[in-house]
Ligand binder design. Structure first.
Ligand code: SF4
Length: 331
């Protein structure tokens, strides 16, 4: 950490107290980058019967998908609508990334993946793709192909890991174990592909201490980016039923609890890893727990950064591992 005229610069190269995703892209592209979500018509082995039909107990894809994202229209059409949607609401972006978000976006034959990814990459203004998927839906040939795309574009594969504990993964009906996630992440990163992971805090059966221990486990993984969110009980999911029948199994965070928890977590997290988000925002009409009122994402980030300042702490302050930043991920 360097201090110049009273302003600290952290190991990731800027003054924000965590290795923030938006700053990473600002450095990479020279300005604001906007993701455009796409539903490319894939399904998921945990829904189509290959592994199961019910899906993960927390999952209802409608809770996260923006209105322009609809598999009934082509990928190009979704990108066009997504760009329009964002240009009306936000500051000007210098680049767009197509985010293959809905379901498992590597769950198809390679030829189909090629068609879909390349349709997005051909669209004017699209600088890269982000591919959300399950760790059991990837193979060497798919990774080789994705790696070849990453020679020319920004490309990232983002795995739903959700928890480092097999007992939790079993309970939420995930259909794969933690070793499967570790293996997919290690192989993907070894191919030189930006590798992300998604985790949920507050899953039933996990204590706050269990969740805190995940900081050290995640820190050891060759991840470029991470996304975290608090468990929300979403309408129409199996978890909604579980929550109704066994509420005592759930220990959901209030906003104040979560903010304090995540600060302690962040202090132990490897400073090399870029934090894309630390809370989730679902369609408010679908949330079946008490929720956090009207707090929006931007407001949560502001309150969170104020609290880091108040406590004079930052990402990795208590990280015990290798303090050498991976040059590719530092800013
Ligand atoms: S969370 Fe992902 S893997 Fe689980 S059922 Fe939903 S789409 Fe499938």
């Amino acid at each position: 950490m360097m201090e110049d005229s009273g302003i600290r610069t952290y190991p990731w190269g800027h003054h924000r107290r965590f290795n923030a995703y938006s700053n990473f892209f600002r450095k990479l592209f020279g300005g604001r980058v906007q993701k455009i979500s796409i539903d490319a018509g894939f399904t998921c082995p945990n829904r189509d019967g290959s592994l199961g039909t019910g899906g993960c107990s927390f999952c209802n894809n409608d809770a996260f998908s923006p209105s322009y994202c609809n598999a009934a229209t082509s990928i190009s059409e979704q990108i066009k609508k997504g760009m329009l949607f964002h240009s009306r609401r936000y500051r000007k972006s210098v680049a767009f990334l197509a985010y293959f978000q809905s379901y498992s976006n590597t769950y198809a034959e390679l030829d189909e993946l090629r068609l879909k990814y390349e349709e997005a990459l051909r669209y004017p203004g699209i600088a890269g793709i982000i591919i959300g998927t399950r760790p059991d839906c990837i193979s060497d040939d798919k990774m080789d192909y994705i790696s070849s795309l990453s020679q020319k574009y920004y490309v990232a594969v983002e795995y739903g890991v959700e928890s480092c504990y097999d007992r939790t993964l079993e309970r939420i009906n995930r259909g794969h174990d933690f070793a499967c996630s570790v293996s997919a992440i290690e192989k993907t990163a070894a191919k030189g592909i930006n590798t992300g992971a998604h985790f949920i805090f507050g899953l039933p059966g996990e204590s706050r201490e269990d969740m805190m221990k995940e900081a050290a486990i995640i820190s050891d993984m060759p991840l470029t980016t991470v996304k975290f969110h608090q468990l929300q009980i979403i309408a129409g999911t199996r978890m909604e039923e579980e929550y109704k029948t066994r509420p005592e199994d759930f220990n959901l965070f209030t906003w104040d609890e979560y903010r304090e928890f995540f600060i302690r977590f962040l202090e132990q997290l490897n400073p090399r890893i870029i934090v894309e988000r630390f809370t989730g925002e679902s369609n408010p009409g679908l949330i079946r727990d008490k929720g956090w009122g009207h707090l929006r994402s931007e407001e949560m980030i502001r309150l969170f950064e104020n609290r880091l300042e108040e406590l004079d702490t930052w990402q990795g302050r208590l990280y015990k591992g290798n303090k050498n930043l991976n040059k590719d991920n530092s800013e």
